[in-house]
Design a protein. Structure first.
Lengths: 168, 500, 500, 168
C-alpha cells in the first residue's frame, strides 16, 4: 500500500508491504523494517532496527491523524495512492495569504473586544480577550491588517474553533 | 478527633485531603458542581453532594450551600483546600458561628494577615521588611496616583489574590487601565473580591517562601523554604525545596521572621510567608497565604511530615507533632505543575476529555492528580490537572528523576505543558540554580519552539501502520474515521491470534 | 561510566533498572521472549531484542543469546535483576570472559557464598552462627539419611534457590519423597539447577535480612534490616523496614556479622544476608542472596539511597557513595507484593489480560509495576505483577498509608491478592508487630474467607443499571453480551448530552 | 424493568424505574434512589443516599456479570422478567451432589498425577499437580470419593477450565 502523507507542509511518500510484523516500510525511498504491536487503546509499540518507540495515534478526521511520539505531537494528513486527493493535503495552516481568521482556541467567554471594524492593527496587537479556566487570554493579530468583521461581542460564550474575527 | 470532614474543594487538592482523612480513619464528604459528577474527588470520597452548577460562584464559592451540606452530612469540620473559599474570612467566620471547625486559621487571623495590604502592615509592625507599596485597598484613581508616587515599574495585585492569579506588572502608564481592569476581573472571578493594591516591582529577585505550622497552644514552627522563582505570568511553574540559594543562616533568619509574624497575629494552622530575596540575600515580605499551598508536597518530601494531617490535628486542638529542633530536611524535592494548556500556542487553556493517560512510576516520585482516562477537564476551573513531584538525595538526582518521570508521563486528549517542563528542566540557568522571577519570562520572550521533528519518520510510520492495520482489520474503505481505538484493539487481537 | 546497559530480565525489576539507567543518562537494552513483545520493559527501553520463545530456558535463561545481544547492541554491562540468571555463577563468568561487566558480584564470590551450602560453610568460618543442617548438595538417598540425623521437622531447600521458591518444610518422613521431587523440579525450572540440601526447621522465628553494599575498593556497608517474616509457602508476602523487633544493638550485631562475611569472600556489589532470629534475639545465618532483592525498595525509602544506581556505580569501579556513619534510617516502609493469584482459591495463579487498572497516588507511595491496561500477564513467569510500597514517619503511618493505597488499587482481568493484603494488614498480630515465619500460615490454616457480602446491594444495583443502560443505549435485546465497555461509554455520552 | 438476580445462591428481585439519573431502584422491596454515571470503561460511579461507590461491571456471558465493589467481587446472573429463565439461575457452584469434577484453575502443565483410576481418595487428598507461573499447585479432592476418570497425563498442557479428573 502506498500513502502520501502531509506533515509540516511537506509531502512524504510511504510504502507498506505485506500484512505481518515485522513489516517493510519505505519513507521517501528510505527502507525500514518495523516490528509493531498494539499495546492498548491508542498505543502502538514499534521496534525499528532495535530501537523501541511508543506512538499514540488518534484519527481526528478522515485520514487526518494526530500521532504522539516521545512527547512530541505530529498532525499528519494521509492520502492513499490511487484515491482522489483531498484539497491541500498536508498544507493546512501554512498558507501565507493576507486574510487572518481569529478563532477561539478553546471554549470560553469573551471578556473584551479590543478593536472595532475597519480599525488597522499591527502584528502582535491584542484584538480580543477570552476567559477560560479562570485565566484571561489575549488573542493577537499575527500580521498587520484591517479588521474586516467581528462576529462576537463582550459576554458572548464561544466554542473551541468558533470564528471570532476576520482581519484582512 | 473529627469523625467526618467536608472538603470544600475539587481537583487534586480535594483528592489529597481525602487521602489524608482516609489514612486517619476520618470519613470524607465531597461537594461537587454539576460538571464534576464523575470527578475523582467525588469517586474517592465516602459521601458526595451536589452543590450547584458549574460556575464556581454558584457552587464551590457558595458558603451557604457548603455549610448546609456539612450539617446535613454530619461533618464537624471543613477543609477548604487552596483557592475558592480557603482564604475567605467570612467563610471561616460563618463556620465558627455554625459550630463547624474551619481547618485553617481563625477568621480573625485571616482578616489580620490574609488581606495582602493588612498583612504588609502587620509584617512591618513585627519588624519584617516588606516590599514598598500601598497598605490598603485602592480605587482605580488611587491606583494611578499611587503608581505616580511609587514609580514604575509596579505590580497591581488583588488584595484577596493568591496562586499567582490577579497580578499584573505595569511598566508604562499606558498599560495601567487595562491592567487594573484585568486584575479586578480575575480577582472577582477567582476570589469573589475585586479589591486591588500596588507594590513596587523589584525586578530580578528570587521568590522564596517559608512554610509555617502553628497549633492552638502557642507552638509555631517553620518547615524550611520553597524556591518558587520559576514563574510565568506570576504563576508558579516549578518549585523546589530546599532552595540552593538559601544557606542555613538565611533559612534561620527567614524562618524566625515568619514565626515572629505568625505569633504576632496569634496565627494557627498552616500558613506560608512569601518573600522576595534579592541577590545580596536581603529578603522582603510579599504576602502571607493563610492556607495550604499548591506546592506543599515538596516540603512534605524533605521534612517527612504530612501537612494535611498536621492541619487536621491542629484544628482538632492537638499539639503540633514536632518541635523546631526535630525538623530535619533530607534531600531535595522538585514539583512540576502540569496544566491543561498549550505551551506552543501562548499557553492557551486546553479543556477536554482525557483520551489516554500513562502515569510515571518507580522510586522517588509522588503524583497528585485528579485526572483519569476518560475524565473531562472542565473549562470552568483552574487548568492545573496534576502535580508531579520528585525527590532525590540531592538536587541533581531530583532533577534527573523528574526528567525521567516527565519522559514517562503521557496525557492525551487535552494539550498539557509537559513538553514545556521538559525544556525548562534543561534550561542552563535552572540546571545551574541561577534563577529569579524573570528567568522564565525572559527565556519565553525569545519564543518557545517545540523541537518537533526528531521523530517525524517514526510518526509517519506509526500513522501509516494505523491506517494499514485498520484497513486489514475492518476491510472497510479507508477513512471511515473516528473508530481509532477499536481499530487498534481489533488489530492487536488479530495479531495475537495469528501469532499463536 | 557505561554508555549502555543490557537488562537480562523482564517484569517490574527490568522496568526498575531501566528507570535507574535513564536517570543516570545510560542507554538501556531490553531483551524479551515472544510473549513479552508488548511488555512494559520492552516499551520503556531504548532498544529491545527478541531472544527466544516464552519458556525461560529458551529465552531469559539463554546465556549465549543474552551475551550475543549485548555485543550486538554495544552494551558494555549487563544487569541481571533478580531471579533468572542473577545468581548464576556461570553467567557472571561468561560475562567476565567476554569482556562484559556483570552488575553484581564476581563469579568467584557467587560460587563462594551464593550456593547455599557453600555460603553456610563460609558463614561458620567467619564466625556467623548458622542454622544446623548439611553443608553440601545431596542425592535423594543422602537427603533421607540427613533428615534422620538432623531430626524432623526439616526444610528441603534448592541450593540455587531464592525468592522463596524451591523450599519444602517436611514434618513426617512420608512427605519426604514428594518434597524432594517437587523441590528439585521447581529448582530446575526456576534456577536451572536441581541440587538440594537439608536444614533443621527452627519453627516460629523471625526472618530478618541485612542489606549490604560493597565496592571494589574494599568498602562494605550495611543498610539496616528488612523484616520478612510474613510468608506463605516460604514466599515473602509483606516486608517492612526497619523491623520493630530489632533494636540498635541487634542491628549493629547483625550488620557487622553481614559485613564480616562479605569481607571474608571479597564480596562486591549488592547482597543480602538472610537470618532467622529467635525470640531471644539470637540470629542464625540462613543464606546469602548475591543480587538485588525483590524488597529492596523499602531499604531505599528509609535510607534515601538508590540501590540500583549504587550497583551500577560500583560495577563501573566507583567507590560507594556513602560511608557507614552517613547512613541514617528515616521513618518506616512497608511493601506488599501484588501477585496475580486467587487468595480465595488456594492462591492459584491467575494469568490473563488486565482489563482495568487504577493505581493509587498521593503522598508516601511508590509503585513498582510492569502491568498496564490491556497487557497480558503470561502464564510462563512469576506471578508478581506489582509491588506497592508505602513510607510513613513511623510504622503506624506506613500501615495506614498502605491500607489506604490498597483501597485505591484496582486490577481487573486477572485475580490478585489485593483483598488478601487488606486482611493481613488488619491482622492483630501484624498490627501489634508480633509476627514470625508461621504467622501467615497458621492464620491461613483456619481458612481464608472473602468477607464478601457487605456491598451486595450495591453490586446488584450496579449490575442492573449496566443492563438497563445498555438496553437503552443499544435498543437491542438483553444479553447480546461482550460489549460491556462500549455500552457504558455510549450510555455515559448519552447521559452527558441529555444533561446539557 | 424488573430483573431476577442470582447471587451467592439466593435470588433477588430488582426493579429499575425510568431512564434518567437519579433513578429509583427497588431490591427485594427496599427502595433506593441511585445517582449514577459512567466514569470510564467498565467503571460506574454510584451515589446512593449520599454515599459514593465505585463499581466495575464486566459481562462474562449472556446476562452473567462480574461486579467489583470496594475490592470485593460479585458474580451475578440476571434474568429479565418475562423472558424464559435460564437453567439454575444464581445457583451454580452451590450444588451438593456426590460427583466432583476437578478442573484446571488456570492454563498450565500437568506435573504429576497422584492417583489412579478406581482409587479411593479422602477429603483434602491431593490428586494432581499443575505447574503454572513457575509454581506447582496441588489440586485436592474436596470430599471423599473414588476416582472415576482421569483425562490427562503427566506432561499434558491444559487450558483454564479443562476437566482433568472426575471423582464420584
Amino acid at each position: 500500500m502506498i500513502y502520501s502523507a502531509g506533515l509540516h507542509g511537506r509531502l512524504h511518500r510511504l510504502m507498506v508491504k505485506g500484512r505481518g510484523s515485522p513489516v517493510p516500510v519505505q519513507i521517501n525511498g528510505k527502507s525500514y523494517e518495523v516490528d509493531f504491536t498494539a499495546a492498548d487503546g491508542s498505543l502502538l509499540s514499534l521496534l525499528v532496527m532495535g530501537r523501541s518507540y511508543e506512538a499514540d495515534v488518534v484519527e481526528e478526521a478522515d485520514g487526518v491523524l494526530t500521532v504522539w511520539v516521545e512527547g512530541e505531537t505530529y498532525r499528519i494528513e494521509y492520502q492513499e495512492e490511487g484515491r482522489r486527493p483531498r484539497r491541500g493535503v498536508g498544507l493546512t495552516g501554512h498558507g501565507a495569504g493576507g486574510r487572518q481568521v481569529i478563532t477561539a482556541p478553546m471554549p470560553g467567554k469573551v471578556v473584551a473586544v479590543l478593536v472595532s471594524p475597519a480599525q488597522e492593527v499591527t502584528a502582535g496587537q491584542g484584538v480580543i480577550v477570552i476567559e477560560a479556566m479562570k485565566m484571561e487570554n489575549e488573542l493577537k493579530a499575527s500580521r498587520p491588517g484591517v479588521i474586516k468583521e467581528i462576529k462576537v461581542q463582550e459576554g458572548s460564550a464561544v466554542g473551541g474553533g468558533d470564528v471570532l474575527m476576520v482581519i484582512e | 478527633m473529627f469523625n467526618k470532614i467536608l472538603i470544600a474543594n475539587r481537583g487534586e487538592i480535594a483528592v489529597r485531603v481525602i487521602r489524608a482523612c482516609r489514612e486517619m480513619g476520618i470519613g470524607t464528604v465531597a461537594v461537587y458542581s454539576e460538571v464534576d459528577r464523575a470527578a475523582l474527588h467525588v469517586r474517592l470520597a465516602d459521601e458526595a453532594y451536589l452543590i450547584g452548577p458549574a460556575p464556581s460562584p454558584q457552587s464551590y464559592l457558595r458558603i451557604d450551600r457548603i455549610i448546609e451540606t456539612a450539617k446535613l452530612a454530619g461533618a464537624r469540620a471543613i477543609h477548604p483546600g487552596y483557592g475558592f473559599l480557603s482564604e475567605n474570612a467570612e467563610f471561616a467566620m460563618r463556620c465558627e458561628e455554625e459550630g463547624l471547625v474551619f481547618i485553617g486559621p481563625s477568621s480573625h487571623a485571616i482578616r489580620a494577615v490574609g488581606g495582602k495590604t493588612a498583612g504588609r502592615s502587620l509584617a512591618s509592625a513585627a519588624g519584617v521588611p516588606v516590599v514598598p507599596g500601598t497598605t490598603r485597598d485602592l480605587t482605580d484613581q488611587e491606583v494611578v496616583q499611587a503608581v505616580r508616587e511609587i514609580g514604575l515599574p509596579v505590580v497591581i495585585k488583588a488584595s484577596a489574590g493568591g496562586g499567582g492569579k490577579g497580578m499584573r506588572i505595569v511598566s508604562t502608564e499606558a498599560m495601567l487601565p487595562g491592567a487594573i481592569r484585568a486584575t479586578r476581573s480575575e480577582a472577582s472571578a477567582a476570589f469573589g473580591n475585586p479589591a486591588i493594591y500596588v507594590e513596587r516591582y523589584l525586578g530580578a529577585a528570587r521568590h522564596i517562601e517559608i512554610q509555617v505550622m502553628a497549633d492552638t497552644r502557642g507552638n509555631v514552627v517553620y518547615l524550611g523554604e520553597r524556591e518558587c522563582s520559576l514563574q510565568r505570568r506570576h504563576q508558579k511553574v516549578i518549585e523546589e525545596s530546599p532552595s540552593d540559594f538559601v544557606d542555613l543562616e538565611l533559612r534561620c533568619r527567614m524562618g524566625e521572621a515568619a514565626v515572629r509574624l505568625a505569633k504576632a497575629v496569634g496565627y494557627t494552622n498552616a500558613g506560608t510567608m512569601e518573600f522576595l530575596v534579592d541577590p545580596s540575600r536581603n529578603f522582603y515580605f510579599l504576602e502571607m497565604n493563610t492556607r495550604l499551598q499548591v506546592e506543599h508536597p515538596i516540603t512534605e518530601m524533605v521534612t517527612g511530615l504530612d501537612l494535611v494531617k498536621e492541619q487536621i490535628r491542629v484544628a482538632a486542638g492537638e499539639a503540633l507533632s514536632v518541635r523546631q529542633d526535630e525538623i530535619q530536611l533530607r534531600g531535595h524535592a522538585i514539583e512540576c505543575r502540569i496544566y491543561a494548556e498549550d505551551p506552543f500556542n501562548n499557553f492557551m487553556p486546553s479543556p477536554g476529555r482525557i483520551r489516554a493517560l500513562r502515569t510515571p512510576g518507580g522510586p522517588g516520585l509522588r503524583i497528585e492528580s485528579a485526572i483519569y482516562e476518560g475524565c473531562e477537564v472542565p473549562i470552568h476551573y483552574d487548568p492545573l490537572i496534576s502535580k508531579l513531584v520528585a525527590w532525590g538525595r540531592d538536587r541533581e538526582e531530583a532533577m534527573e528523576r523528574i526528567r525521567r518521570a516527565l519522559s514517562e508521563y503521557v496525557v492525551l486528549g487535552v494539550t498539557t505543558n509537559i513538553p514545556f517542563h521538559r525544556q525548562v528542566l534543561n534550561l542552563p540557568q535552572f540546571v545551574a540554580g541561577e534563577i529569579n522571577t524573570e528567568t522564565l519570562e525572559s527565556w519565553l520572550a525569545k519564543g518557545l519552539t517545540s523541537d518537533n521533528g526528531a521523530f517525524a519518520d517514526i510518526a509517519l510510520i506509526a500513522g501509516a501502520l494505523y491506517l494499514h492495520t485498520r484497513k486489514r482489520a475492518t476491510t472497510s474503505p479507508m477513512g471511515q474515521g473516528g473508530q481509532g481505538d477499536s481499530a487498534w484493539k481489533l488489530a492487536g487481537r488479530q495479531d495475537g491470534l495469528r501469532r499463536r
